[in-house]
Design a binder for this molecule. Sequence first.
Ligand SMILES: C[S@@+](CC[C@H](N)C(=O)[O-])C[C@H]1O[C@@H](n2cnc3c(N)ncnc32)[C@H](O)[C@@H]1O
Length: 535
Amino acid sequence: MAIGSKSTVMRTQYAAWPYPKVPLLAAVPSTHPYELHADWLWDRCGSGPAPQRPRIWLAGCGTFQPYVFGVANPHAEITATDLSEPSLARAKTRCVLHRQRHVRFAPVDLDDPSTWPAGQFDVIECYGVLMNVADPLATLRGLAAKLTERGVLRLMVYPHWSRQRVFQLQRLAKLLGLHAGERAHPAALRTFVRRLPLAHPLRYAFTSYADSKNDAGIVDGFLHAGDRGFTGFQLGALARDAGLVPGHWFHRPWGQPDAMAERLQLNDRSQSFVLDYLDLWQELRSNFVVCLRRADAPARQVQPPRPHPSFTGSEHALRHRLRLLRLQWLGGKLPSRTTDDTVAVAAADLRALARGDAPEHLADCGLLLGGIDRAPRLPAHTDFAAESAFLDHTTTLRCGRRAPNPLYAHLFAAFERAQRHPELGLPDLDAQMGRWLPWADPLEERPITYGLTPYATYQRFRVNVDEHFARTDLGEARDYAAVRLRNDAQCLQRVRSLLADASELPVRAHDDAALRELFVLLCTHEQLFVTLEPA
Ligand SMILES: C[S@@+](CC[C@H](N)C(=O)[O-])C[C@H]1O[C@@H](n2cnc3c(N)ncnc32)[C@H](O)[C@@H]1O
């Protein structure tokens, strides 16, 4: 999509459906977003203590982030920008209601640098936005150029493999004629997906997706007019080409490449390799969230341990001080997005932090800064030269009796990678399964029998998958116009009846190729293999 037209499409979508939809009065306790404090982010990235009054830019802030960053950073100068003026208006109202007076707002198009705010920033937050812009590398390069020397850019992008079910739901919506331009379409998609059997992985994906609870979330997830995912390798290359290096991965320990390389015996790999592998096996358990620094930033530094500023009592707001007092008497739990679980803190620890002491046993929990060098040990990135051929292969339809079901193409990608790309040096599938054994999270349980994760599906269908590897007679086709299903006419008729029964859907004519694709998406979930014949 051309640059101007992409922003026009995004502006229209997010003007009609400001995201996220969170009640205006919903409050975040002032101690909760401690991992978004500029000092925390700088510390984790080895940048040392952040400036007293850091400049923070929220690039594509949506309706909620300005408030949360305001709460997390009461001493910062915050600039919140977005393409969608209704989102900015809602974010502004929220900040007024919650007395966050240090956030200023401006409409900014990340596709058009002439609209960008002036000056450099100590923290830039670009969360869930880069996949919406016309040229992600150009935008990321521009953001890198807006960082101060030690500045930190926190980036969230969707992972290619773990998000395949969302992309399949987007494809389903498109084939059904549902889009963000009609107010009734999010509800229509919800109604239609609920017609699917309980055991259907697309129904499971839809209902277990937190954002499917409201229409704006359904649009952002399933009726989106132009998002995309990034593989671990693509993200690594993107950061490198923008002149950035990972300072800290903003995941729970599972998604920290060093920790996972250790567990999966991938110690000689790069961070992008390990994250790509976690995503391929759908064990990333989150979007890709990474704190990046400029490649030319001064060397990482480790400061002496010091208490997190939000817990020293120095913050000015009365409500915050009262909350700290309560925690200092009763202790409590704090949410964490970077450690294994919520952080339990004893009242005595909080009293020590308030005095400016640094209890050593808190070193890992995020309330203590400095003390530890958290630099990733693995090199940031290696290329996977054949990646685009591999990605092409996963979207190509395979023809023959017992061909991989396209509904499960992303599971086959995990099964096939080592075999198709020996240059990556992965062990065979059996050995990989052995390494996953203590760590994989087989989501499948009744009523979902299989199809959610490669690990659990292979456990059940090992014989059939191994048989598939032994076959050499499968042809290939680019699209559903070039293939026929087994009993093609009956399959197409079955889909026509399904659509006719769904009064919530817009009336539209479908060609045979669309009906075939709908059949695969809607009616084949109980088959890991299907029969597709060349037309
Ligand atoms: C998925 S939402 C994320 C919002 C927010 N960052 C959050 O995490 O809650 C994507 C946001 O990016 C904004 N956006 C999309 N394209 C943009 C562009 N070209 N320039 C600026 N903002 C854009 C949308 O308006 C929307 O608010």
